[in-house]
Ligand binder design. Structure first.
Ligand code: E4P
Length: 218
């Protein structure tokens, strides 16, 4: 499973990269707005830090404007993946830019039929938002399983990127299913490595070692 960080914050990306766990980054207009800097400036810093796909999202909602925005974003760097929302104008634009060789991450996916359409029109990645579905009392894990089955049935090369991740169980369950990628906040990445028994065990090992060192030296 590839791990992406879901943030536009450079410090968080530095921390994730130092763990050796970051295969890519996803941003969205809300995450970029929190940083209060231009998309280009932030994007260049991320692209310098991470050797993998970096998703940058269009903000237009008409297909011709989405197309020109997608072309502009794709020109920034070879690792840019253009994020296009799952709306009819987005699907039209996807059909055009995918044929030009632009890698597209179709975002705001909430149903398996939306994921099917995105794959048909050439999406490289789809982003189903699991946390937001859980928030409204829907079983988001069924959605991931359905999308993987459909893609498998028709041998679509489109990858499933689990988005809107809130906790480690989202990662565990979707990894069991074989989802290709998960994008997560740094906090979730850090939670994945933590276990209280690891900390207690290490503390005991080190204390025992100290004790025997004192015995040997006395
Ligand atoms: C995905 O690429 C989105 O940026 C993100 O995962 C949305 O997450 P949220 O529901 O926590 O805002």
């Amino acid at each position: 499973m590839k791990f992406f960080l879901d943030t536009a914050n450079i410090e968080e990306i530095r921390k994730g990269v130092s763990l050796g766990l970051v295969d890519g980054v996803t941003t969205n207009p809300s995450l970029l707005a929190k940083e209060g800097r231009s998309l280009e400036e932030v994007a260049r810093e991320i692209l310098d830090l991470v050797d993998g796909p970096v998703s940058l999202e269009v903000v237009s909602t008409q297909s011709d404007e989405i197309i020109s925005e997608a072309r502009q974003l794709a020109k920034i760097h070879k690792n840019v993946m253009v994020k296009i929302p799952m709306i009819s104008e987005g699907l039209k634009a996807l059909h055009v830019v995918a044929q030009e060789g632009i890698s597209v991450n179709v975002t705001l996916i909430f149903s398996a039929t939306q994921a099917l359409l995105a794959a048909k029109n050439g999406a490289a990645i789809v982003s189903p938002f699991v946390g937001r579905l859980d928030d409204i009392g829907t079983d988001s894990m069924d959605l991931i399983s359905d999308i993987l089955t459909i893609y498998d049935n028709y041998e679509f090369p489109t990858e499933v990127l689990v988005a809107s991740v809130r906790h480690p169980v989202h990662i565990l369950e979707t990894a069991r299913m074989g989802a290709h990628i998960a994008t997560m906040p740094l906090k979730v990445m850090e939670q994945l490595l933590k276990h209280p028994l690891t900390d207690i065990g290490l503390e005991k090992f080190l204390a025992d070692w100290e004790k025997q060192k004192q015995l040997v030296s006395s």
